[in-house]
Design a protein around this ligand. Structure first.
Ligand SMILES: O=C(O)CCC(=O)C(=O)O
Ligand SMILES: [Fe+2]
Length: 315
């Protein structure tokens, strides 16, 4: 892993056999991933199973998505479902807009989202998103498995991997017009298990435990991974839920990112064999919501004034 000036980066592509479960290479990666999760809570992974051309199509698709009229984008919000729809026009993040869809590996869900955005159809967008998210789900499951196994949780590993669902989020950050650095997305911690992001421009940073901000590099096949609060809870505080933010330098290109967020179906249970006292009470994941999962502005916390949940202030 490379440290200090940028986020740690773990290469999954050095030897193809490293991704064979149980191999020496796999065990070595398990250690690196666990260390990245415990020390930083955020790291990058080089993973080349998703072709660069597919990422290019995703960015083209993102651009045409955000170019749609605001009222069309707002149609993606469905009150009967959690974690979906349009978010943007926030006073505290004027450059930011996002669109979130649940269960992106499910073709019908992606088709419904696509049909709402493009009533005349956009089959290429629908297939591209569905395929990319399936492959990002595979990457998320590899990383999650590596962490579980590094804690010796092999036996219930499969059920832990299965006991979650995903959302997929497209985000656009408009380039600031002035030369000043501007906040794209204020510092926050994700609430879910793991976040896997891909981006076309720089700006994403994580905060180290020492309070230093480390940038994520933008490179082909390089994903950014964050540990969220649900995973920190599962690990009884061993994994670090990392604070991260997006800072936009102007005048530059608009920034696009897309990410897969895994969410536990139930409150994560700490490891049975762990004899440390529980540091966190069990969370009911459905009881709280991160601002980016919602399309309202109520996420400015009345306790700390920052972006977090008033009911679960973590600052
Ligand atoms: O756009 C990015 O790179 C970060 C997005 C993010 O942190 C989030 O949606 O929670
Ligand atoms: Fe985030």
């Amino acid at each position: 892993m490379g440290f200090e000036i940028q986020m740690p980066c773990i290469d999954f592509t050095k030897h193809p056999e490293d991704l064979v479960e149980g191999s020496e290479g796999w065990k070595n990666l398990c250690k690196l991933v666990r260390e990245g999760g415990e020390v930083y809570g955020g790291f990058q992974v080089v993973y080349d199973k998703i072709p660069v051309e597919l990422h290019e199509k995703m960015f083209q698709g993102s651009k045409s998505l955000f170019d749609l009229p605001l009222e069309t984008k707002q149609k993606s919000s469905d009150d009967s479902k959690s974690h979906n729809g349009y978010a943007g026009k926030f006073k505290f993040a004027p450059l930011y807009e996002s669109l979130t869809l649940p269960n992106p590996h499910n073709l019908e869900e992606v088709q419904a989202f696509t049909d709402t955005m493009w009533p005349k159809g956009n089959q290429s967008f629908c297939e591209t998103v569905n395929n990319t998210s399936k492959m990002m789900t595979e990457l998320e499951q590899i990383i999650r498995k590596m962490i579980f196994q590094s804690y010796g949780a092999d036996t219930n590993c499969d059920s832990l991997v299965k006991d979650s669902w995903n959302i997929f989020r497209f985000t656009q950050y408009k380039a600031p017009t002035g030369k000043e650095m501007e906040v794209g997305l204020p510092a926050h911690v994700d609430k879910n298990l793991l976040t896997i992001l891909y981006q076309n421009e720089e700006g994403l940073q994580i905060e180290t435990k020492e309070g230093e901000w480390l940038p994520a590099v933008v490179k082909d096949c390089t994903f950014t991974v964050f540990v969220g609060e649900a995973f920190k809870t599962w690990s009884n505080g061993k994994l670090h839920a990392v604070e991260h933010q997006v800072m936009m330098k102007g005048p530059q290109k608009d920034r696009y990112s897309y990410g897969l967020f895994s969410i536990p179906n139930e409150s994560p249970k700490e490891r049975d064999e762990d004899d440390l006292p529980l540091l966190f009470c069990r969370l009911d994941h459905h009881d709280y919501d991160l601002f980016t999962y919602t399309n309202n502005t109520s996420a400015l916390c009345c306790n700390c004034g920052k972006m977090c949940m008033p009911s679960l202030c973590y600052h």
